[in-house]
Design a protein around this ligand. Structure first.
Ligand code: AHG
Ligand code: MN
Ligand code: MN
Ligand code: MN
Length: 336
């Protein structure tokens, strides 16, 4: 008694996004849905490879260095190739920017569509070989009216993105998406091969109890960051915050969205503009965070307002619960 039969009316990601479009009426063309279908396919394909990595010799280095000076892992390269191939073949893209490719890919006329996708094919590379959660991050712009698809179509503030999200490869694959109307989370049902709506309308608690920074960099941190971290570790009243840092942005942001708190990767005396990349790490995560009711700042300005000058530029990041992020901003104001 009391046990419910399984639902016969599940909401897949595609159904959910299509439903959004019905409510938009004539404005919607279905193109974005088809693009998101291609992205879902890449996530399933990458998830499969992540799961089998240890068994099919996909751990370790690929032997090349990317434009950021990082040694590429085999899974970085494979995930990049999966995404480029699938996004090109979708016929819905015009410009692609990947962490792993120095230059933007301009799609040839035969396959050209109206969207630009910026992505981090495999986030958390340093965690691959230990089997710790990793992910894929993406942001989507519509090309500017009249454009044939150039780099200018992606050198635009994050506030102009039409959609953004990530897939986290953990105990299950979780795709978290915004199309500018809140944030929804979907879990891959491997037996169906579909992402099912499991986390409708994600909202970040206004204040959290967790901070997520790589404090190993403390000796390089600037005064506002040091003072802020001291304030939550040695509070005048109440309990100190708990520390959680995975070192995969996707996983650290995922926890922050669900539990609240703050994730930070500041600029410091060594990393002059921080570490995280504006287009395909900071922007998508900032978009998701704001849509979930949180804030995302460099410490002094809203991340989504930054106008990128180059596709691989970096920026400082603090994001998460509204009150926690406002606290950091106060420390920046005080020392300005
Ligand atoms: P990627 O694996 O795509 O190069 O990104 C790594 C990023 C991000 O995932 C994470 O938040 C950060 O690097 C961790 O950096 P540290 O190892 O310096 O803490
Ligand atoms: Mn990398
Ligand atoms: Mn990354
Ligand atoms: Mn990466």
């Amino acid at each position: 008694s009391g046990e419910e039969p399984p639902s016969t009316d599940i909401i897949t990601l595609t159904r959910h996004v299509l439903n959004d479009q019905f409510s938009l009426g004539a404005a919607a063309t279905g193109d974005l849905t088809l693009l998101l279908t291609a992205i879902q396919t890449t996530s399933k394909f990458i998830a499969t490879n992540v799961r089998k990595a240890r068994l099919i010799n996909l751990v370790g280095l690929a032997g090349e260095t990317n434009v950021q000076g990082e040694e590429q892992k085999k899974l970085d390269v494979l995930s990049n190739d999966i995404m480029i191939n699938s996004l090109r073949a979708s016929g819905k893209t015009a410009v692609l920017v990947s962490e792993e490719l120095e230059k933007a890919v301009i799609i040839e006329d035969r396959y050209k569509g109206n969207y630009c996708v910026v992505f981090d094919p495999l986030d958390g590379s340093s965690n691959i070989d230990a089997g710790v959660n990793i992910g894929t991050i993406f942001g989507i712009y519509r090309i500017r009216p009249g454009s044939q698809g150039t780099i200018e179509d992606v050198l635009r503030p994050g506030s102009e993105m039409v959609a953004a999200g990530y897939t986290m490869y953990g105990s299950s694959a979780n795709l978290v998406l915004t199309t500018g109307h809140g944030v929804n989370g979907y879990t891959l049902d491997a037996s169906l091969g579909e992402f099912i709506l499991t986390h409708p309308d994600i909202k970040i608690p206004p204040r959290g109890k967790i901070y997520s920074f790589n404090e190993g960099n403390s000796m390089f941190f600037h005064p506002p960051v040091v003072s802020y971290l001291n304030s939550i570790k040695y509070p005048a009243s109440g309990k100190p915050y708990s520390a959680r840092y995975i070192g995969s942005m996707v996983a650290d942001v995922h926890r922050t969205l669900l539990y609240g708190g703050i994730f930070g990767y500041p600029d410091d005396k060594k990393a002059k503009t921080g570490k995280l990349r504006l287009l395909y790490e900071a922007f998508p995560m900032a978009f998701l965070t704001e849509q979930a009711g949180g804030l995302a700042t460099t410490g002094t300005k809203r991340i989504l307002d930054i106008v990128p000058k180059s596709i691989h530029e970096r920026c400082p990041v603090f994001l998460g619960s509204r009150d926690d992020v406002q606290d950091v901003m106060k420390f920046y104001k005080e020392t300005a």
